[in-house]
Design a protein around this ligand. Structure first.
Ligand code: GLA
Length: 384
């Protein structure tokens, strides 16, 4: 666990001085609403305890000096030479700096040490946590006075421009706005949001990390987004009021996409269906109907696997495995997909038994470790 004390002392070893400040930003889970954010839909994420911490101080010159505790790597660049690098951890930080420069913010060079415990490539938004921790830290360090919403959008644009992933706003929003014991229902169209206490009674959320990381995940993600945009463009020609898949109905898809564009039809159909499932889960959570929540999670998984095609054998195996188990109400792939974790709604006193059953079965079949991760909603990004 990376804390203010540990990162401060690592900073001191690296830069022979105390940092001026330390900021933290968490990873996230998502209960439901997958691949809806860039379609102007709703999502239901929460920040988690796993986080990134950064320690920073100003420099008197234009030099940005970065040190990753995790990778034991240093990186130095001048503010005037900012551009995407081949190191991915560096890009999440430089992408934020670049956005600040483009906004005309008055910043100088700085030293930064970064550490964290969000598992990488597991669909828990480790990259968003680095971007948000950087944005919060630099906002304070240079007294920029940017709002949390502006910092969220800067972090998202960093991902677009320096990591090359045309992501929606969910991950950065959850990392920035997370609240302990709450999920947040975010309307990705206008960024209005509401917190709901996550009351799961005898049940808890358990993540199962497949430890599968697909190298083509970011280009496949951008392709899915392009398919959605194409569907909107076609429908808009007939229904000018439509600006995103949020405004699209099943009957519009039947009329204009199903026969004419069979390659994008399943993708658009999944998104339109997911919009309804988010509403269903919100109602079921309010009514305390966890069985319904679980059933909708499984429906989402089937859609993500068969229609949206962002699952993989390992994830499908885990979701199939839990289906006959009455103590597990539901499971699905979480986040962008192509590997990473399933999120499972499991009876608390059954968690250990589930792990004892599913871990060896998975490991025998795929010769990969299955890592269980217990999660609960935690506080969002802040200065420590
Ligand atoms: C990734 C992206 C998010 C979102 C999810 C899928 O995590 O960064 O914006 O699209 O995938 O819901």
């Amino acid at each position: 666990m990376a804390t203010k004390e540990t990162i401060s002392s690592l900073y001191k070893e690296q830069y022979q001085a105390e940092p001026q400040l330390v900021a933290v930003a968490p990873g996230r889970i998502n209960i439901i609403g997958e691949h809806t954010d860039y379609n102007d839909g709703f999502v239901l994420p929460a920040a988690i305890a796993q986080h990134t911490v950064v320690a920073v101080s100003k420099r008197e010159n234009q030099i940005i000096s970065l040190y990753s505790v995790l990778f034991k790597e240093e990186f130095t660049i001048s503010l005037s030479e900012l551009k995407p690098q081949k190191h991915s951890w560096v890009n999440y930080i430089l992408g934020v700096v670049d956005q600040l420069v483009k906004k005309g913010c008055a910043i100088s060079g700085f030293n930064m040490a970064v550490d964290g415990n969000v598992p990488l490539g597991a669909g828990l938004s480790s990259s968003a946590s680095v971007e948000c921790a950087t944005a919060v830290a630099l906002n304070q360090l240079f007294q920029l006075d940017l709002s949390k919403q502006e910092l969220t959008q800067i972090a998202q644009l960093a991902e677009h421009t320096y990591a090359g992933v045309k992501c929606g706003i969910m991950d950065q929003f959850a990392s920035m706005f997370g609240k302990e014991n709450h999920v947040v229902r975010l309307d990705c169209k206008d960024l209005s949001y509401q917190y709901f206490p996550l009351e799961l009674g005898d049940y808890a959320l358990l993540l199962l990390n497949t430890n599968v990381k697909h190298s083509l995940a970011s280009s496949a993600y951008n392709n899915r987004r392009a398919a959605c945009e194409k569907a909107v463009e076609i429908i808009k020609a007939q229904y000018p009021e439509v600006t995103s898949l949020r405004d699209v109905t099943f009957s519009m898809l039947d009329e204009l996409i199903k026969e004419q564009h069979p390659e994008i039809y399943p993708k658009a159909k999944y998104v339109v269906g997911e919009k309804l499932r988010v509403e269903g889960v919100c109602e079921a959570l309010e009514a305390g109907d966890l069985a319904k929540v679980g059933a909708l999670m499984v429906e989402t998984h089937q859609g993500l696997s068969k229609d949206y095609e962002v699952s993989c054998n390992e994830l499908d195996f885990l979701v199939d495995f839990i289906q006959p188990i009455p103590e597990v109400l539901g499971a699905r792939v979480m986040g962008g997909g192509f590997g990473g974790c399933t999120i499972n709604l499991v009876k608390k006193d059954y968690i250990d038994t589930l792990i004892e059953q599913i871990k060896p079965a998975y490991e025998r079949k795929f010769h990969l470790e299955l890592t269980p991760i217990k999660v609960s909603p935690a506080e969002g990004a802040r200065i420590l």
